[in-house]
Design a protein around this ligand. Structure first.
Ligand code: NAD
Length: 253
């Protein structure tokens, strides 16, 4: 295997892995030798993903974890330590979108749900991953932000607020733990054809959304996961504090 993408023996925890980016990343890491603890609020869904991965011979544990609950995030990290002895890779991927609406219509309940899952969920994951990585003397964390975390997102202000906060956590974590050899980065995808998008946008809407990108189309999940793998590569040892847009050129406009 190309050493750039050889994850043999690496232990990864991934949140939100019942579908979308989390599922595909789990499958790709398992193919490259990683041992996995995958979690989701959708317990049946994440077990189904794990069963398919286990059938390939890879080592994988699945569990329910609602990332808005600190104790459940701790339990996920504890499960990885118990089963595999360490946590080399933490991927804080679970997240929710919200219905498009003007900022002045967004109420406190919607703000709270975005904050609970998309912000606190990432910090809860990071805090337990980092505590373990400090003991190990190394580790890699990848947070999933969004293009909405790098700029304004019309009619998506609560989501944009939350994804900007993920970037604050990512950069601050990188600054605090750089000397501990814990690298922390974020990926910022443009609209991509996971269930998060396909569940609300039909083909006509997707093609309209795609026109917002210079490449004139939405992203494919495998295109985002390819960058996730590169950012997590054990050979990629000097990248930290970066929030990388994978966006068909949107950020160049
Ligand atoms: N698809 C896109 O266009 C896009 C673009 C930018 C960023 N993102 C981000 O990528 C990440 C993954 O999204 P996706 O596109 O794969 O979406 P998705 O909806 O297909 O998958 C998200 C997963 O997170 C899980 N989840 C939701 N709430 C949870 C909670 N409280 N605790 C644990 N798991 C929970 C869901 O059950 C689901 O399995 C999210 O953070 C999302 O905001 C997506």
């Amino acid at each position: 295997m190309d050493p750039l993408l050889d994850f043999t023996g690496k232990v990864a925890v991934i949140t939100g892995a019942a579908q979308g980016f989390g599922q595909l990343l789990a499958e790709e890491l398992a193919k490259r030798g990683a041992k996995l603890v995958i979690s989701d609020i959708n317990e049946a869904g994440v077990h189904k993903v794990a069963d398919a991965i286990a059938a390939t011979g890879a080592k994988v544990l699945a569990m329910k974890c609602d990332v808005s609950k600190n104790e459940q995030c701790k339990a996920m990290v504890d499960a990885a330590i118990e089963a595999f002895g360490c946590v080399d890779i933490g991927v804080n991927n679970a997240g929710i979108a919200h219905e498009f609406m003007p900022l002045h219509d967004i109420d406190e309940t919607l703000m709270d749900s975005q904050f609970a899952i998309n912000v606190k969920g990432v910090q809860f994951g990071m805090r337990h991953q980092i505590k373990q990585m400090l003991q190990q003397g190394e580790g890699i964390i990848l947070n999933v932000s969004s293009m909405a975390g790098l700029g304004g997102a019309a009619r998506g202000s609560a989501y944009s607020m939350a994804k900007h906060a993920v970037i604050g956590l990512t950069k601050t974590g990188a600054v605090e733990y750089g000397r501990n050899n814990i690298r922390i980065n974020a990926i910022c995808p443009f609209f991509t054809l996971t269930p998060m998008v396909t569940n609300f946008a039909d083909e006509e809407k997707q093609s309209k959304m795609g026109r917002g990108a210079p490449m004139n189309r939405l992203g494919e999940p495998k295109e985002i996961v390819a960058m996730m793998l590169m950012m997590l590569s054990p050979a990629n040892t000097y990248l930290t504090g970066q929030c990388i847009a994978v966006d068909g050129g949107v950020s160049a406009t």
